[in-house]
Design a protein around this ligand. Structure first.
Ligand SMILES: [Zn+2]
Length: 221
């Protein structure tokens, strides 16, 4: 599986493009928010002769879905997101304004409810949908077990965790998601988060202060 990261929009959100030998591809968390960012993504897709089959989201925050409608219209692909994050649609414009952004956001309809499917497939590749609520109620991580890659959205970052002070966030759920659903994947699993740099489960078990204090039983959650 091939992975390319784009950093899009003023929130510096990570958009991932994944493809395999079939040349089918998916876009995870399409945050492209300008004509220049749209072109960076679609030029790459054209140059590598890729065929988009889905746009998939780890969660429903606006900075992760600014480019979804554009890709749906351009490629006619379906959009996958947990219906538990549906409530964020109605808040997207207000959230954008809260972050001081003047972006005319069109929030896409959900075509595939990630709360009801176990995996998302493209080409010869299958991504397991692992529920990781906490940052948002419908948050998921997308895991490719053969290569050991996982896309964690804003659940787990390099040496940090996602915010839980936004509407629908829940700290206890977030820590439970990380400890029960991510840490057991093993130290060599590579994490691709929704912001900042990639990491591994092993690194986070040792150096992420939020994970370490939970693993050591130093906090109640
Ligand atoms: Zn988020």
């Amino acid at each position: 599986m091939n992975i390319v990261k784009f950093v899009f929009n003023p929130i510096q959100e990570n958009t991932y493009l994944l493809w395999d030998e079939s040349r089918e591809c998916i876009i995870i968390d399409a945050g492209n928010a300008s004509a220049a960012e749209n072109s960076r993504l679609t030029d790459f897709i054209s140059e590598y002769d890729l065929k988009p089959v889905f746009v998939v989201n780890t969660h429903g925050h606006f900075d992760h879905l600014l480019g979804v409608n554009y890709l749906k219209q351009r490629y006619g692909v379906k959009f996958a997101l947990s219906s538990k994050d549906e409530y964020l649609r109605s808040m997207a414009k207000a959230s954008c304004a809260m972050f001081g952004l003047d972006i005319d956001i069109e929030v896409p309809q959900i075509d595939i409810d990630l709360d009801t499917v176990e995996c998302i497939s493209f080409g010869n590749t299958e991504l397991k949908v692992i529920k990781t609520p906490g940052h948002t109620p419908g948050g998921v991580s997308l895991y490719e077990p053969i290569s050991g890659h996982i896309f964690t959205g804003d659940t787990l970052f390099r040496e940090s965790i996602g915010r839980t002070d936004l509407p629908g966030g829940d700290y206890s759920s977030l820590i439970n998601s990380i400890l029960k659903n991510l840490i057991p994947l093993g130290d060599n699993t590579i994490i691709y988060p929704g912001h900042s740099d990639k990491s591994t489960i092993g690194h986070e078990s040792l150096y992420n202060p939020f994970v370490v204090e939970a693993l050591n039983g130093e906090i109640n959650y």
